[in-house]
Design a protein around this ligand. Structure first.
Ligand code: AMP
Ligand code: MN
Ligand code: MN
Ligand code: MN
Length: 277
């Protein structure tokens, strides 16, 4: 069976390895079909494609778009996109544009919470100045010894309601799905089990996404607990969505599951890649 992994990050967003290094890392762990899905950014796709081909993997160009839906941040993955599509590229640039100002505000709040110098500190971990992420702040806060690991940083400082959390307005669901479909891609709701929606709100998200032409949800992802695999497989079938699979890998040793450890999709779903090859 093919190992298809359709969600991960390079240092073009909040991963630590360059796109070609992620390709080599994924291949070594047994991946056969691979997508790079950096946050709000497609500038790593060309290097990723070249490296994937060199490694003997099939490549799927991707992106993970930050949106705001019902006041919550949700992530929409786009797969098989044309990364040169003008409307997509413009939309992603607009989505990224508030990140630096947000980073300065996060740093100001962290300073009040006893962590000074976090803007400059986080910047040391940023490879793409267009994409400063909370993950870069988390790496800095671990590095300076304030927390033992990244989940602890999010728990204490960077999640909603915590001292370093800054409200941010991302793209809309309609915009993200429109950019992805306009670029010839397939829209996928990333790690649906991670959002704090009621069943009713989650159902409304799925309905609206379906209406907009959304095609799939992630079922097996490093961002789900194993008990959520069958749960979201059943939901995919109930809503008529295809199922996607990917580690959401960010860095060796940092992610919950590595490429070699992710289970296959349950056999009762239709994979999002069923008609790709
Ligand atoms: P941002 O786009 O700047 O809001 O950062 C979001 C990123 O932070 C996500 O893509 C994850 O990589 C990371 N993240 C969010 N919540 C957590 C968490 N609880 N533990 C570890 N990483 C997290
Ligand atoms: Mn991330
Ligand atoms: Mn995500
Ligand atoms: Mn991700």
């Amino acid at each position: 069976m093919l190992n298809v992994d359709l969600h991960c990050h390079s240092n073009i967003s909040d991963g630590v390895l360059a796109p070609a290094a992620v390709a080599a890392y994924a291949r070594k762990a047994g991946v056969d079909v691979w997508a790079l899905t950096d946050h709000d950014e497609v500038s790593g796709v060309a290097a990723a494609r070249a490296a994937a081909v060199e490694q003997g993997m099939r490549f799927v160009p991707g992106v993970e778009i930050s949106i705001t839906w019902a006041g919550e941040t949700v992530h929409i993955v786009g797969l098989q996109i044309d990364a040169d599509n003008a409307a997509l590229v413009r939309g992603l640039a607009a989505t990224r544009s508030g990140r630096d100002a947000r980073g300065r505000e996060i740093a100001a709040q962290l300073a009040l919470a006893g962590i000074p110098g976090a803007y400059e500190g986080a910047l040391q971990f940023v490879a793409n100045p267009d994409l400063m992420s909370r993950t870069h702040f988390a790496r800095y806060i671990v590095d300076c010894g304030k927390c033992a690991n990244i989940p602890e940083v999010f728990r204490k400082y960077l999640s909603e309601g915590k001292p370093g959390y800054v409200e941010h307005r991302w793209a809309s669901l309609g915009e993200a799905v429109g950019w992805i479909r306009g670029a010839g891609g397939v829209a996928v709701i990333a790690h649906p089990g991670r959002y704090r929606f009621s069943d009713t709100a989650q159902g409304a998200l799925f309905d609206e996404f379906k209406q907009l032409g959304g095609a799939a949800i992630e079922v097996v992802t490093g961002s789900h607990s194993p008990h959520q695999y069958p749960e979201y497989a059943a939901l995919a079938n109930a809503y008529g969505f295809l199922a996607s699979r990917g580690t959401d890998f960010h860095a060796p040793g940092e992610s919950r599951v590595d490429f070699s450890q992710l289970p296959p999709l349950p056999s009762n779903v239709t994979p999002v890649w069923h008609d790709w090859f």
